[in-house]
Write a protein that binds this ligand. Structure first.
Ligand code: PDD
Length: 279
């Protein structure tokens, strides 16, 4: 059963629970995570929680819960839902207080949703995704998984309006990441992804893919690449908790790798699935 959680209480998803002065609603003043459960087991839960705490510290959220408290909370929520394939979203905001930009002296709010994780449309998974490139109009601290997603939403909608799955963001001619994913290219057998910086989110799926690449001995480099290099890549794929490893076969209407998912991308996805099956 899909369910929600707010400040100590499990609720149904359609229950009205948020006061108007909740700062997540008023200001987007908070951070979040999404964790995928496969067959009832979380994928890289502690890595997600470490990033959550890093995001919270970066915006000076006064959290009192420990990593272990969050771990237990998320495991309890997933168990309560009885959904073995689910996504748990967890948000922490600066709490409920009369609207004022300054930090209030109130406890943070913790909310969660547990929803069934539906596999991507089969055709997308098997034939690959079409994407667009889009200016990266976000702020300078994109390593924080902030609830403020307006530029991401606008970019994703622009992609959707163009009949595409994702928008790949470009800042000063350099590819940063997707609106809700990280980006990899393959050129002459080498897998390349932008290095971690404040300009991108340190994706957990990205981390898993890099581990798989290292284990498999595939040539690999973390370095910036331009929009032109993206368009001229042999293979392109995006990674995220919800899309896993997804081949990109067209960018701005031009085919990548002859319009078919690349061999290295397919091999990495297979290894990714092996990891999941061992959870
Ligand atoms: N988004 N970059 C951005 C901007 C993201 O929003 C995401 C994830 C990623 C990939 O991170 P990870 O592999 O840890 O999921 C990169 C999630 C899926 C979301 O907002 O729903």
């Amino acid at each position: 059963m899909e369910l929600g959680y707010i400040n100590g209480k499990f609720v149904s998803l359609d229950e009205n629970v948020l006061p108007i002065d909740e700062r997540g609603h008023q200001f987007g003043d908070g951070v979040y995570e999404v964790i995928r459960f496969y067959n009832g087991k979380p994928f890289m839960l502690m890595e997600h929680l470490e990033r959550l705490v890093k995001s919270a510290n970066a915006i000076r959220l006064p959290i009192t819960d420990t990593l272990d408290d969050f771990r237990k909370l998320i495991l309890t929520a997933a168990e309560k839902s009885q959904l073995s394939e689910c996504n748990v979203y967890l948000q922490i905001t600066r709490g409920i207080a009369t609207r004022n930009h300054l930090f209030p002296d109130v406890p943070v709010s913790i909310t969660m949703t547990v929803r069934e994780a539906k596999p991507l449309v089969r055709e997308l998974r098997e034939k690959g995704a079409a994407v667009i490139t889009h200016p990266d109009e976000r702020w300078v601290n994109c390593y924080i998984k902030s609830l403020n997603l307006l530029p991401n939403i606008l970019a994703k909608q622009a992609a959707h309006d163009a009949g595409c799955f994702e928008a790949i963001l470009v800042r000063d001619g350099i590819v940063t990441e997707g609106s809700s994913s990280n980006v990899f290219i393959v050129k002459d057998g080498t897998v390349i992804t932008p290095p971690l910086s404040k300009r991108i989110l340190a994706g957990i799926t990205r981390m898993a893919v890099i581990e798989i690449i290292r284990e498999s001995g595939v040539p690999y480099a973390e370095k910036d690449f331009s929009e032109t290099e993206l368009l001229n890549a042999d293979e392109v794929f995006i990674t995220s908790t919800t899309a896993e490893i997804l081949p990109v076969v067209s960018i701005n209407g031009s085919k990548i790798g002859g319009g078919l998912p690349g061999e290295i991308t397919k091999r990495l996805y297979q290894k990714f699935q092996e990891r999941i099956s061992k959870l």
